[in-house]
Design a protein around this ligand. Structure first.
Ligand code: TMP
Ligand code: ASP
Length: 262
């Protein structure tokens, strides 16, 4: 697979064209941002960790019948993926209160929800990805009712599958963010609303999920960077061990061997 021109550079990843117009290379950087890029930093080898974790999770979801953009791992920091017309929506699924939901409703973090909470956010950096509802999406024609139903049922299934996967590895899946796209058939215009098969895109990693160690509630995700909790790299390395290792491999010690702030 030949790497072509840079198509897009985001805060954590770069997309490159390939000699096949239906495939792109997704490259993971070590750059970390928070609060809509007001806070910037580097997490050493984050790109390697997120690529490994995302490859393993996409393969797991595919094996359970969830269609994703994943084709194969290329090297430490890149994966080959199908080219999508990305839908400008971010889906957030929540199992335990934290972050945005705790702020929105003025409730403590750490309450186990009686059922998962599904949220749509409009993908817009200038607006800070605001929370929206089905009516906003349909009234603006960003997606069709059938697509919204498919996105919701896929997200609920992914939540169920990921919760089981992480639980077997000693991790509570607190919440996570997903992005979906419509499969492109060639180099031309990406498919619009109602056109093309919908696939799960982007990444699934400690950047896009909250992972708490079962029992201790130690944070093993990007909140360590967002909230200056320290041991950021160790948390990413620990999640690689948990995800890539066999189920039941929950190591209580951090990679650095030191106790960490929860
Ligand atoms: P939130 O509680 O800040 O809304 O975040 C919910 C989940 O979404 C959390 O697991 C982290 C992830 N997330 C992203 O992937 N990108 C973002 O820009 C933000 C704010 C959150
Ligand atoms: N992606 C967010 C940013 O805009 C950060 C976050 O994950 O909280 O920088």
């Amino acid at each position: 697979m030949q790497q072509g021109e840079k198509l897009y550079e985001g805060k954590a990843k770069i997309l490159y064209a390939t000699n096949d117009p239906t495939l792109v290379i997704q490259y993971f950087k070590d750059d970390a941002t928070a609060f809509n890029a007001q806070k910037r930093g580097t997490i050493v080898d984050k790109g390697v960790c997120n690529n490994l974790i995302s490859c393993a999770l996409f393969q797991y979801l595919e094996s359970r019948g969830v269609p994703t953009h994943f084709v194969r791992k290329l090297d430490d920091r890149s994966m080959l993926v199908k080219r999508l017309g990305i839908i400008p929506l971010e889906v957030t699924m929540r199992n335990i209160t934290a972050g945005g939901m705790s702020r929105l409703l003025g409730i403590d973090e750490g309450m186990v929800l009686q059922r998962p909470v599904f949220e749509w956010h409009y993908k817009s950096d200038p607006l800070g990805d605001p929370l929206i509802n089905d009516d906003h999406i349909l009234a603006l024609g960003a997606a069709t009712p059938q697509e919204l139903a498919a996105l919701r049922s896929q997200s609920e299934r992914i939540n169920q599958l990921l919760k089981e996967y992480f639980s077997a590895r000693g991790i509570d899946l607190v919440d996570f963010k997903l992005e979906f796209g419509r499969l492109a058939t060639g180099a031309g215009q990406p498919p619009g609303p109602g056109q093309g098969t919908i696939l799960l895109g982007d990444e699934i990693s400690p950047d896009t999920c909250r992972f708490w160690e079962q029992g201790t509630r130690r944070k093993l995700d990007k909140d360590r960077f967002r909230r200056d909790l320290g041991d950021v790299e160790a948390a990413y390395q620990e999640m690689v061990k948990r995800v890539v290792g066999p189920a039941g491999s929950s190591t209580a010690a951090t990679a650095s061997g030191k106790p960490t702030a929860v």
